[in-house]
Design a protein around this ligand. Structure first.
Ligand SMILES: Nc1ncnc2c1ncn2[C@@H]1O[C@H](COP(=O)(O)OP(=O)(O)O)[C@@H](O)[C@H]1O
Ligand SMILES: [Mg+2]
Length: 229
């Protein structure tokens, strides 16, 4: 297999809201190496989340293509995209997006609901992932009983439930205090060492310093091709 896991070619994304047209991405071409740790940085509103959504097949481009493992995903139907995401990509968002009335363990288990894995294995796996993220004492805690950093670690465990090769994280520490941020970053670094391809969207340059590749985006264009760090 090629050592390029995600490639984008001249990605353009425009949003039309009423009469207003927003040029979110104006032609982004980049390559993400397998098992690498990359950051996408840039000011708020400059297209980072849009780029992440397109790279993960959550949304389609206006122009251009996304290749995952060499395959162009533009032609895939919504259900094929959902299948691809479930198999290959874990998402983590700034506000955790956990289900509030479920425990940590149940939040992770629900991610495996459509994976064909039996219930017993789901339960064991959820427990294992939460332990891996240092939460073995919190299996039965609800999100409201957890700190921000702990909630984000549950969200990371959930993102890992179906063994994705790629983790796409949009401002994963944007809502955390510095102690929780360090704790979450520590876990992310460990996952990268264990072979996950990590892509973090952030406007925090300290996080970017830890990455092997940094893509800087301004007004929907790359100002850094990620190879010059
Ligand atoms: N669903 C949408 N509909 C309309 N405009 C959008 C949508 N999502 C993003 N935008 C616009 O696209 C631009 C880039 O947004 P975004 O990718 O969220 O930036 P960032 O993540 O860097 O803050 C912004 O001007 C934003 O308002
Ligand atoms: Mg954003």
């Amino acid at each position: 297999m090629s050592d390029i896991i995600i490639k984008t070619e001249n990605l353009v994304k425009t949003y039309n809201t009423g009469k207003v047209r927003t040029y979110a991405l104006r032609g982004i071409s980049l390559e993400i190496a397998r098992n690498s740790f990359s950051c996408i940085i840039g000011p708020s509103g400059h297209g980072k989340s849009t780029l992440m959504h397109l790279m993960g097949g959550l949304d389609g481009p206006t122009e251009g293509s996304v290749f995952i493992d060499g395959a162009d995903i533009s032609g895939l139907s919504n259900s094929e995209l959902a299948g691809l995401r479930a198999k290959k990509i874990g998402f983590v968002f700034q506000f955790f997006n956990l289900l509030q009335n479920l425990t940590a363990k149940e939040n992770v288990e629900t991610a495996m609901m459509f994976s064909g894995v039996n219930e017993k294995t789901q339960k064991e796996k959820a427990k294992g992932l939460l332990s891996l993220l240092g939460l073995s004492e919190k299996l039965n805690a609800k999100p409201s009983e957890l700190s921000g950093g702990q909630q984000q670690r549950v969200a990371i465990a959930r993102a890992l439930a179906n063994d994705p090769e790629i983790l796409l994280m949009d401002e994963p520490t944007g809502n955390l205090d510095s102690e929780s941020e360090a704790e979450v970053l520590d876990n992310i670094l460990k996952l990268n060492k264990d072979g996950k391809t990590i892509i973090i969207v952030t406007h925090n340059r300290d996080i970017a310093k830890m990455a092997a590749m940094v893509f800087e985006i301004r007004d929907g264009r790359l100002v850094d091709d990620g190879k010059t760090k």
